[in-house]
Ligand binder design. Structure first.
Ligand code: C2E
Ligand code: MG
Ligand code: MG
Length: 572
């Protein structure tokens, strides 16, 4: 009897222990966010656990009920789900499948695990079901971000380059061509600066959407950065040719873009075109070639389409050669300064000299600053070169004024990059102090391009320099955006009328009218006018007659060495 009691107690204890375990498992299951399905093959038993009821409105009490699960998922996922749920049929230990629900609102992840006995027979199966909708949508977003540009919905640069590389590979196999068009909105900076980036962004977005309409299987488009877009065309012919797309762009840009701010903006674009295999054989090189010609077109006056060809390539290579040699020239300081005298038109007395850099190249003789200064501006070499010009010319001027006791004006050309440097004002003031010259004897020549990027910042630097007595001269007037109305906002003392006006002033009546009105306006504003590139006596006489203050040009003095200028100073 006691033996029986003992057995009963033992059973009770075991049951308690078992129900304690079961409670524990239940608790664990119920506290996860997942639903579980458990099958015992040995006992032919099936049970649902965890958050089953949150996922499904049916119960599974028989193995056949599992078929209801297939009704829960969207059609394409039925077969993969069946394979996963019955993974034991192919002897697998586990399987995972992600399925979209039939209502397309939820993603479910099924993880299946099979337990086998020693003889290889399946004994148990556990299926865990998880809601991965959130994770999926984050992933979709990440995938979107990896391929697309958020603002325009066009491909982003990285993905575009990959796709373009694919088109080039395909073209190599099929002997086809691939055209690349780089498209840049002209004067976009003015929109952004003038109307704000929200308006700028909307313009970029609208133009991007328009480009998207031009795409199809063989025409892909990307938004690179800011106002720069790229289109690639595989096997360009007919309606998917550069010419056709260019025509569509022209037609669209003839009409204004209507923005939600109420602005109606009419734009023009500059386009550069390069074609595989002619221009380059890799995606990046091809884009680069198109970009080179696009910028060339921009420099030539915007609203253009430029095609990459051999002369351009040669010019490009030539520029690269110059660029490399320029680095050497900066290192060995193979530069010297020439000075071109300027004379008052009235009495032909020396008004000053303009310092003009010269580059002595061992093989090629002198290389013109018109060739290397633009390159130096692009690669940053203008910074050391410019500092050298400032210091050497001021040092030279100080020596002259000590030696000859004469005071005149030293004009120094300043590039945008130089002016943009934070210590620009201090470095100029530092040199004036170091060589003990009068600030009013130093004149800095700037061009309008200096003002394009950041009018306010540059303008305040120039104002500061003027406060210290330094003169500011606007060089090459008439070649930039030359709006007469903005002149009065500029802190300048002198305006130099570009040589291109002087060249035709006697023969072309519109030029004459413009030149005279510039001279009159300069007078009204209280500036001094300088005519550049005066080569003929008649030009001089005419300019003098219409009231131009100062004459600079080959007629009265070419750019010359410091020694030649000394002779001039002795005579004067
Ligand atoms: P710029 O400042 O407009 O200088 C005037 C240019 O016109 C000089 O060319 C000068 O030699 C040339 N010139 C003057 N009078 C006549 C003339 O009667 N007939 C002809 N055909 N040409 C005349 P250069 O010395 O070749 O300089 C070209 C440009 O290079 C300069 O134009 C200036 O923009 C730039 N540059 C020269 N030196 C420097 C420098 O030290 N720093 C910077 N940033 N730029 C410089
Ligand atoms: Mg100049
Ligand atoms: Mg000039």
């Amino acid at each position: 009897m006691s033996e029986l009691h003992y057995q009963v107690d033992l059973l009770k204890a075991m049951n308690q222990k078992l129900s304690g375990r079961e409670r524990m498992y239940r608790l664990v299951c119920d506290n996860t966010a997942n639903a579980f399905l458990y099958c015992s093959f040995e006992r032919n038993e099936i049970a649902t656990l965890g958050k089953w009821k949150d996922f499904f409105s049916f119960e599974v009490s028989d193995i056949r009920d599992m078929a209801h699960l297939f009704e829960e998922v969207d059609d394409p996922y039925v077969v993969p789900l069946r394979e996963a749920l019955f993974a034991e049929k192919s002897g697998k230990e586990s399987a995972v499948v992600e399925c979209m629900r039939r209502d397309r609102k939820q993603w479910l992840k099924f993880q299946v695990r099979i337990v086998y006995d020693e003889s290889g027979q399946p004994t148990d199966k556990i299926i865990s079901i998880e809601d991965i909708t959130k994770f999926k949508s984050q992933n979709d977003e990440l995938a979107y971000m990896a391929y697309y540009d958020e603002l325009t919905g066009l491909y982003n640069r990285n993905y575009f380059v990959r796709e373009l590389a694919g088109l080039i590979r395909k073209a190599a196999e099929t002997n086809a061509a691939v055209s690349v068009m780089i498209i840049d909105i002209d004067d976009f900076k003015k929109v952004n600066d003038g109307l704000g980036i929200v308006v700028g962004d909307e313009l970029i977005q609208q133009f991007g959407s328009f480009l998207k309409e031009l795409t199809d299987h063989d025409v892909i488009a990307s938004h690179f950065t800011s106002d720069l877009y790229c289109i690639a065309i595989y096997d360009p012919v007919g309606t998917k040719s550069v010419e056709h797309i260019h025509r569509q762009i022209r037609t669209r840009t003839r009409e204004a873009f209507r923005l939600s701010s109420g602005h109606a903006l009419q734009i023009t674009v500059s386009i550069g075109v390069a074609e595989y295999p002619e221009a380059a054989s890799s995606a990046l090189e091809l884009i680069n070639c198109a970009e080179i010609v696009m910028f060339k077109g921009k420099n030539m006056g915007k609203n253009t389409i430029q095609y990459f060809d051999t002369p351009i390539l040669n010019e490009f290579i030539h520029n690269i050669e110059i660029e490399n040699k320029l680095k050497e020239a900066v290192f060995y300081n193979n530069f010297l300064l020439y000075y071109q005298p300027q004379f008052y038109a009235g009495n032909k007395k020396l008004r000053g000299v303009e310092a003009l850099i010269r580059w002595k190249d061992g093989n090629n003789g002198m290389i013109s600053p018109s060739v290397f200064i633009p390159i130096a501006e692009k690669n940053g070499a203008i910074i050391p070169i410019g500092s050298w010009v400032v210091e050497r010319s001021i040092e030279q001027y100080a020596r002259w004024s000590r030696q000859y006791g004469k005071h005149f004006i030293l004009s120094i050309n300043i590039s945008a990059l130089q002016c943009g440097k934070e210590d620009f004002v201090d470095s100029i003031l530092g040199m004036i102090k170091k060589y003990d010259v009068q600030p009013s004897e130093i004149e800095l020549e700037i061009t309008e391009s200096i003002l394009i990027d950041d009018f306010e910042a540059v303008s305040s630097k120039l104002k500061l320099l003027r406060k210290h007595g330094i003169r500011i001269s606007l060089d090459d007037f008439g070649t930039g955006f030359s709006s007469l109305s903005y002149l009065k906002k500029l802190p300048i003392d002198t305006l130099k009328i570009d040589k291109s006006f002087i060249d035709t002033v006697l023969t072309d009546s519109p030029t004459r009218i413009i030149t005279e009105s510039i001279i009159n306006m300069v007078k009204t504003l209280g500036f001094e006018s300088v005519a550049e590139g005066v080569e003929a006596e008649q030009q001089y006489r005419y300019l003098h007659a219409v009231g131009c203050d100062v004459i600079q040009g080959y007629l009265l003095g070419k750019p010359q060495t410091a020694e030649d200028i000394e002779r001039l100073l002795q005579e004067a």
